[in-house]
Design a protein around this ligand. Structure first.
Ligand SMILES: *[C@@H]1O[C@H](CO)[C@@H](O)[C@H](O)[C@H]1NC(C)=O
Ligand SMILES: *[C@@H]1O[C@H](CO)[C@@H](O)[C@H](O)[C@H]1NC(C)=O
Ligand SMILES: *[C@@H]1O[C@H](CO)[C@@H](O)[C@H](O)[C@H]1NC(C)=O
Length: 212
């Protein structure tokens, strides 16, 4: 897998002062099955409803060129070495007078109160991003510092370390008004069973774009 993209540059940037926004990309979002090796492909930004994109799955073993396959990772160094940031996508459209308008927008994991499956959506703008970490060694995304309450009882747990969790899945699901096989996050501890039986666990990672 080609996941080394931007790692050296990002490592250099990370030594800068806090609050500096680092952006790496564009890169392809790689999707590989954790248990089903037949899942081997990429995410692309598919229309999910009013100016909102979903992250649809497409099979393939080489990154495809084109704007709907181009993503960024936008983060600030916060001293934890987990680099919490946002996966971002740049909406482009033709504005007034034919001028090109570009709207950087953050990926959001949208909770569903009737399920433990949260759809990954990209509403326009950078206000609602879900903080996601990138492991620069493996090139995979995860969410860091999550508490695991599966053994909690009346006694408060002592010094229980928070966990890194990677619960990305691809599922058949509604994203806005459309039925897609697309990216989701299963709420819960790592490996929690998704309520939607079509969900399959995946690793979500970065990969260099195909030369255009
Ligand atoms: C990165 O984030 C900053 C601040 O939230 C925003 O101004 C910028 O447009 C973002 N860039 C991308 C490519 O997402
Ligand atoms: C979480 O992942 C980061 C790498 O991105 C690692 O440095 C850290 O030790 C991990 N934390 C735990 C609790 O596994
Ligand atoms: C609560 O959980 C802790 C840690 O698992 C255990 O040692 C303790 O006995 C439990 N207490 C009760 C009241 O079940």
């Amino acid at each position: 897998m080609r996941i080394s993209l931007g790692v050296a540059a990002a490592a250099a940037l990370a030594t800068q002062a806090a609050a500096i926004i680092n952006v790496i990309g564009p890169f392809a979002l790689r999707i590989t099955g954790k248990t089903d090796s037949g899942i081997d492909g990429y995410a692309w930004a598919c229309h999910a409803g009013a100016a909102t994109e979903g992250l649809c799955y497409t099979a393939g073993s080489g990154a495809v060129a084109g704007p709907v396959y181009e993503f960024y990772y936008n983060y600030t160094y916060d001293g934890t070495y987990t680099y919490p940031g946002s996966i971002s996508y740049v909406f482009s459209y033709e504005g007034e007078g034919g001028t090109a308008v570009r709207v950087p927008s953050f990926l959001r994991l949208e909770p569903n109160w009737g399920s433990n499956v949260a759809s990954a959506l990209i509403p326009p703008g950078t206000s609602y991003g879900t903080p996601i970490s990138l492991d620069f060694d493996t090139g995979f995304f995860y969410i860091g510092y999550l508490a695991d309450d599966t053994h909690w009882n009346s006694t408060a747990p002592v010094a229980e370390p928070p966990k890194n969790v990677s619960n990305f899945h691809i599922c058949y699901q509604w994203t806005g008004g459309y039925w897609y096989r697309s990216l989701a996050w299963v709420l819960g501890y790592e490996g929690a069973t998704p309520q939607n039986p079509s969900c399959q666990p995946i690793n979500l990672g970065i990969e260099s774009l195909a030369p255009s």
